[in-house]
Design a protein around this ligand. Sequence first.
Ligand code: DX5
Ligand code: ZN
Length: 206
Amino acid sequence: MKVSVSVLSAYDRLIYAIKKVNESSADFLHLDVMDGMFVANKKFPIEVVKDVISISKKPLDVHLMVDSLKTVKEYALLKPEYLTFHVEILEDYEIIDYVKSLGVKVGLAINPETKIDKLIPYLDDIDLVLFMSVEPGLGGQPFKEEVVEKVKTLKKIAPKDLIISIDGGVNDKTVSLCRYAGCDMVVSGSFITNNDNYDERIRLLK
Ligand code: DX5
Ligand code: ZN
């Protein structure tokens, strides 16, 4: 299982958290960008992401909880490994093609109550699907088990090379549900960062 570490719950000690992730066996560093509109919270303005890029030794997995496609384009220019934005704001293929033209891998995130039908037209054109297993906006919420059924359904029809990731409430217990459903990657935040030994926690998820 690939593990992407969300440092949202460690926002007040970001440099410390990024260094801990650098030293660990994490596969990716997950950044939760919030614009105060798609979700109420505001986090990771572009200047902060630039600073993170200068410190991080891990490839970046940027999760945009933003309303505007213009914002998606701005963050794409920072060239993270994965740029994931929400299917709920998608209008057509244009933004997907734009991000890919920069050599950045594209992910589509889907909220717990959104039907997977919305994703189906795009499955051949993207690199990753990010299932939200909590309402987006906050770290530390409990895992919504009903999302596992959606993962299983998508897994049956997804192209073989599509990465299936899941985000929210992932810990040493809920990770088994994710594994069983067919996830290739988990995003985990507070389970890892509310503890001094990040690597020990990451290994429990792998
Ligand atoms: C929620 C974020 C998640 C979250 C993960 O909006 O997308 O990445 O911070 O944190 P935990 O693992 O604490 O739920
Ligand atoms: Zn996230």
